[in-house]
Write a protein that binds this ligand. Sequence first.
Ligand SMILES: [Zn+2]
Length: 172
Amino acid sequence: MVISANPAQPDPIDALLSAHGLRRTATARLVLGWFLAHPDTSYTHAQLQAALQGGEPTGGSTLDRVTLYRLIDRLTQVSLLLCRVDANRVRRYQAMPESVKAMPHFECQTCHRDSPLTSALQGNAFDLEAAAQNALQALKALGYEGLSLDLAVRGVCADCASAAAAQAKTPA
Ligand SMILES: [Zn+2]
């Protein structure tokens, strides 16, 4: 696939893991590799586990469920995976699409949490995503390369804001 199109580059999966401060374990490579090889498919935890165990050999070892869940969480936290909640309120994960590297996210200046704004913005997040993709495609057509785009909203998150408001109300 596109992933190994340029043999001069270091292993892209290892590079991604390193760049996001993740350990390059066999499981991490396997899981991220799987998502990148199936960029248009979203998986629930259970589907992913079944796919990984039924698919590529895992060196004879069975994939530990807890390890897998933790890894998926970490990959999502660092925005390598995109998590969406489907109509049945089940979390589904997929490789972060190129365009969605521009996924709007929120950086709280108080608690320094960095969270995706997809659910907060709902439909608008997809409009932003589409706008970002259009912009990137336009630049690509002009010959620009190695494009990435980051949409960060900065401020104080709702949790911190309400905590501050509650504190203000409480007499010292
Ligand atoms: Zn906060």
